[in-house]
Design a protein around this ligand. Structure first.
Ligand code: SIN
Ligand code: FE
Length: 292
């Protein structure tokens, strides 16, 4: 069976009514990238001025807001631009969460907005990354050292608001990737995880699941042979388009593009209709034991 990870969705508004016949949730949970080529995030009058890389701090890749604390981060700009950027991010958050509610009614009441970012810098320059670990031109699944999810899913909405395509590589299915790296992953160390949490290095204790996810992220990024030779396709997300995926499941790499909005939503594992496809279940199967 051929793996076709990019599934087009024919919608042009942010509040689609749930449709019969197409189970977007099943495709999403199966590891697809849902691509909406006719859906655009419209800028309001005056927001075009934000299409300028100099709005973000030189050392940061994004300007962002977070659901768990007030403020605008990643930029030093002054008012009234601060307010303007905030409004643009909040509008994207509202529209994205509405889109997710319309496409995935099964997640209703459980899905939560976690953060919203605007990425005004050209992507795809590996030399701009501080380290190979932060180099998003290498295929990876999202997993963050300081922010263990303990099985909570990372669902992301992306919108290209620039004038050039955003080009991604999309890699092999999660299970194939996990099988490739599994035996290189050392045993989790619960005492170290507890200590890291007590020292404030992680926001909550790093579970065995988070340990595996972090190693998969790092091992894939560090392995240039895998980056070159693993099964993958290159896909250009057009200007004025939107795409959605579980970024903790879909192997992805950003190769070029500029000006993108991104919404992160968190979803408890219990909300999944097809939990056996989720990274947690795949890893538990491969490891032969529970990881939470
Ligand atoms: C990433 O999430 O790894 C990067 C996505 C992008 O910048 O297009
Ligand atoms: Fe990523």
């Amino acid at each position: 069976m051929t793996h076709s990870p990019i599934i087009p969705i024919d919608i042009d508004n942010w509040q689609p009514s749930p449709r019969t016949g197409a189970n977007w949730q099943e495709m999403l949970e199966g590891g697809a990238v849902l691509y909406c080529p006719a859906l655009r995030f419209g800028l309001e009058k005056g927001e075009e001025r934000f299409l300028d890389a100099s709005f973000s701090d030189a050392r940061r890749k994004s300007i962002y807001i977070r659901a768990d604390r007030p403020g605008l981060f990643g930029t030093e700009v002054a008012e009234p631009e601060r307010r303007g950027l905030r409004a643009m991010l909040e509008r994207f958050e509202a529209q994205s969460m509405g889109l997710l509610a319309g496409l995935f009614p099964g997640y209703s009441g459980l899905i939560r907005a976690a953060g919203t970012s605007y990425r005004p810098r050209p992507t795809g320059r590996p030399e701009a990354a501080l380290s190979w670990r932060k180099d998003d031109t290498r295929l990876h699944v999202d997993a963050f050292p300081s922010n263990p999810t303990q099985g909570m899913r990372i669902l992301r909405v992306f919108a290209n608001i620039g004038t050039v395509p955003r080009v991604w590589r999309v890699g092999e299915p999660f299970e194939q990737m996990a099988r490739h790296f599994l035996e290189r992953i050392p045993e989790p160390r619960p005492l170290v995880a507890q200590l890291s949490h007590r020292l404030g290095i992680t926001k909550r204790p790093r579970s065995a699941y988070d340990h595996y996810m972090l190693y998969l992220h790092d091992l894939a990024k560090a392995d240039l042979g895998y980056q070159r030779d693993s099964s993958q396709l290159t896909f250009a997300f057009a200007p004025d388009s939107v795409w959605i995926c579980f970024s903790d499941q879909v192997m992805h790499a950003a190769m070029s593009g500029q000006f993108m909005m991104e919404q992160t939503a968190h979803l408890p594992a219990a909300a999944l209709a097809f939990p056996a496809q989720a990274p947690l279940a795949v890893l538990e199967r491969l490891a032969g034991r529970p990881l939470l």
